[in-house]
Design a protein around this ligand. Sequence first.
Ligand code: NAD
Ligand code: DAU
Length: 350
Amino acid sequence: MNKSLLITGGAGFIGSHVVRHLVNKYPSYMIVNADKLTYAGNLQNLTDIENADNYRFEKIDIVNEGEVFALFDKYMFEGVIHLAAESHVDRSISTPNEFVYTNIVGTVNLLNASRKTWNDHEGKVFYHISTDEVYGSLGPEGLFTEDTPYDPRSPYSASKASSDHFVRAYHNTYGLPVIISNCSNNYGPNQFPEKLIPLAINNIKTGRKVPVYGKGENIRDWVYVEDHAEAIDIILHKGVTGETYNIGGNNEWKNIDLVYLLCELMDQKLGRPEGESASLITFVKDRAGHDKRYAIDSSKIATELGWKPAHAFREGLSKTIDWYLDNQKWLQNVLSGDYEKYYEEQYLKR
Ligand code: NAD
Ligand code: DAU
């Protein structure tokens, strides 16, 4: 093995795609997935590679400094791709403290451990995976660039913005070799059904109402999760330390239009009469502080590193729906915890 890489949050949605991608593509790297296995982490996401020679799993909580330092002592990592986080905006509105601990304190623990381990910075990188939500909310025009001032507006985005600031501060103060990328909304297989697309797919399948916040006029830019994993690989290998890269799908959708498209595709796949799934759409009370629009200018990663998304949206959505319909056991498993309690608080009492 010629390189030891730590992936945090590798049992989660994006992390599991990144782990699989790197384990399969780089047999000479030792890929260590460190994850607390919260409600969002699931080792069933990785059964196909769990026995690979170049893969190890370590159950740790990044908020626990002792566990983080012991992990670095064990593996002497040369690179870190940091994805572990509390990731759901609605949960950050009801329980913000968890977001402070994991997203801020957890990130600082990893920065400290990297700093202590890396006397020599040659070939080392601390790569922080962040979100476009740190830039705030756009009006009808314009795009987030890497120079857009930070303006986080939810507890989730405030915690991610804070962690981004710590990462840059460690570069400026201690010379730690860091990279940050800020990506728009991901979709694809293995996403926990609290986020719009998997929640809508599951509700349409089971005949539950499909909740659309407010009037459904908020806009998000969507990128297929495997395209994001490919971008992370490219940034890891070709990105310049100290730099930030925005990642987006150039694919803006109003929530209501996206939900109608999902309903249309589901009618076709389930053999339902046209319009049957759409009858489940229900407008519910808006999310507090709901950001209006996110849209990304990803020309920097395109021109400097040669990445662009490979999946067209309809194709990606179709693959995503097929995956959920074919993986009902996975779905039942992730829904078996406290999901109904969460659903009741979030939707039935809304
Ligand atoms: P996710 O919620 O699906 O997965 C998060 C993972 O982190 C889980 O496996 C969980 O067990 C783990 N984790 C949580 N707390 C932990 C702790 N204290 N110690 C160790 N592990 C812990 O999240 P995701 O959607 O895959 O997002 C991954 C990263 O990408 C996050 O940093 C998120 O902010 C960022 N991001 C997500 C999106 C998106 O659309 N999902 C877009 C841009 C950036
Ligand atoms: O932009 C990147 C971010 O995208 C990531 O950093 C976050 O981790 C990720 O969760 C995602 O945040 P959003 O809040 O945009 O994603 P979510 O799927 O929760 O919501 C997408 C849009 O759909 C948003 O405008 C709120 C709306 N929505 C969401 C849910 C869950 C609904 O209308 N109904 C719903 O039931």
